[in-house]
Ligand binder design. Sequence first.
Ligand code: ATP
Length: 325
Amino acid sequence: MICLGIESTAHTFGVGIADEKGNILSDEKDTYKSKEGWGIIPIESAEHHREVADSLIQKALAAASLEMKDIDLISFSQGPGLAPCLYAGLNKTMELSRNFSIPYIGVNHCVAHIEIGKIYAEQKDPVVVFTSGANTQIISFNNGRYRIFGETMDVGLGNALDKFGRSAGIGFPAGPKIEELGRSGKWIELPYVVKGMDLSFSGIVTEASKRLEKGCRLEDVCFSIQESMFSMVTEVTERAIAHLGKEEVMLTGGVAANRFLQEKLRIMSEERKARFSACPMKLAGDNGAMIAWTGILAHKSGYKSEKGKILPRWRADDMEISWMK
Ligand code: ATP
């Protein structure tokens, strides 16, 4: 079975093709950037997705040396995400499905991050640290679902860093720049907000921006904002491993690129005798291949998605994981 997957939840439009062994036959993407370089304007991002969709589909097919007639299934990111962007993916999926008489299936974006990570970070049953622009969740499989054991109570870690980046005038996305600047920074006191298993980043961003206004070095604030936020994520992950007795920790999502975060999780995992690995960067951010692969898993296990619908607030733990025992 060969599946073409379409990702369109936020600023990336991705088209990936996967086979039923999890081989990625192609993976193409294009990312919307707002004119001023300041974050996502949903309507503009959706317009971008509509503009690039056909050429990316052609590019993905060509890279895999396939034609539409070779595709057995189309899968798309049904949620969570920005409604206008999700509609761009759904509409293109339904158009292809109709024109080429290929069945389609909707899959959960967060679950797709986990499934592609499990193959390419070589993990079986990890505690997953999924941290991207909009999401930050500590997730693990338990009793038929990917259960969310801890999560942000406000913004995702990536968006928090981007928000700080905006106030510091370092552009968007700010994560990589903050990582670079933080390398030559020193610790200054910033809030640390873990409540039970949940996290809160907004207050830290506000405080970090105030520190900057009061004259603290940008490098020191960049070091400290990461130190504080990443330690919080590591604390919750450690508690999840301890409670669940799991032996693997997997990092994925766009923020997985951060070496500092990787190192913190690696050290903690080693101390707990758990095996840490990060999803390879090519597949850690939003991509179509993860949607294609999860589409195959879901379809083969008999999962039926809701037709003609987007699910902007669909949580990972709302999707039945029918392919895992
Ligand atoms: P979602 O997957 O939740 O829809 P998204 O599409 O915004 O959100 P991704 O493409 O997975 O997310 O990741 C983008 C985020 O990752 C941005 O917020 C960016 O700042 C952050 N990021 C990228 N590289 C780094 C880095 N080296 N350090 C920290 N953050 C980073």
